[in-house]
Design a protein around this ligand. Structure first.
Ligand code: SF4
Length: 297
């Protein structure tokens, strides 16, 4: 399996950084169309804690680039619409925004995070048109294939919708990256591995694994305070992650091996704050198993 860095270097011939953007979207399970309150694990930032604050797309891109350049010079960028559901809008509004983001020469393409139930045919057609001009990857927040967990988490769509979306996106020539959360309340190790197995079988091009973390402003904080579940320990997370990775073919791209919650507002697990230690531990474990060479992930 390849890391995202390895994949981008092969594809674009240079180091590629993702610039997180907030397009001002919301979600159908926040605005009342399907539900209110959003997914129980989701913070008020709509899973976009690291999206650049700013008004328009150009302003956000400039700020985000400045921030990256402070740490590492050189390379190119992917404009990453990260916060909330970035295809939950009229096609004309999306087209204007996405074209503005992909226009600069040093932007090699777009990554668009969304829900599989917010991909009507006209949206898929728009994304396919854009993909003929620059790279476009569609990131689907699935989190689990298990509908009982999804219902408990207020995801507000059934997993069949995801399988249908993957099929339609891939038929349109679009790249698909699937997000999975390890440690959702009530899920056994076997259940998490089964999610990975089904996602791999569906043909996702890439995968992002996230550790379930509890943020103070997420509804899940109430359940955690009530003691209805516990968070994974690092060692457990590593072993489950390894087993999940074993489900994927060599061609799959691993974009993330864990998620980072913002320091401010994190309730649990506190071990996830030591990002360097966590990544070193997971890197050593996965390379020891011969699963992934994490250098540069
Ligand atoms: S996880 Fe995604 S779909 Fe769920 S509320 Fe957050 S941004 Fe919306």
């Amino acid at each position: 399996m390849r890391t995202a860095n390895q994949y981008y270097r092969q594809r674009f011939g240079c180091k590629v950084y993702k610039l997180s953007l907030d397009g001002g979207f919301t979600c159908p399970n926040r605005d009342g169309r399907l539900g209110i309150g959003g997914c129980r694990f989701c913070s008020g930032a709509g899973s976009g804690e690291f999206a650049s604050a700013g008004k328009g797309v150009a302003d956000q891109l400039a700020r985000a680039k400045k921030w990256v350049e402070k740490k590492c010079a050189g390379g190119k960028y992917i404009a990453y619409f990260q916060s909330f559901t970035n295809t939950y809008a009229p096609v004309e509004r999306m087209e204007t925004m996405f074209r503005a983001a992909m226009e600069p020469e040093d932007i090699v393409g777009l990554a668009i995070a969304t829900r599989p139930d917010c991909l009507p045919e006209e949206t898929v057609a728009l994304l396919a048109r854009l993909a003929r001009e620059k790279y476009v990857s569609v990131e689907l927040g699935l989190q689990t294939v298990h509908n009982d967990t999804a219902r408990a988490m207020n995801r507000c769509y059934d997993t069949d919708v995801y399988f249908d979306a993957v099929r339609r996106l891939r038929n349109a020539g679009l790249e698909v990256v699937t997000h999975l959360i390890l440690g959702l309340p009530g899920e056994s190790r076997e259940a998490m591995v089964e999610s990975a197995r089904q996602v791999a079988a569906a043909g996702t091009d890439g995968v992002k694994f996230h550790l379930l973390h509890v943020m103070a402003d997420a509804p899940l904080a109430e359940d955690y305070a009530a003691g209805t579940f516990r968070c994974l320990e690092l060692e457990e997370y590593g072993e489950i992650l390894a087993e999940c990775l074993r489900q994927f073919p060599d061609t799959a791209v691993v974009h993330r091996i864990t998620g980072d919650g913002a320091r401010r507002g994190l309730i649990a697990p506190m071990w996830s704050l030591d990002k360097k230690r966590v990544l070193n531990y997971l890197n050593d474990l996965l390379s020891g198993y011969g699963l992934l060479d994490q250098r540069g992930l």
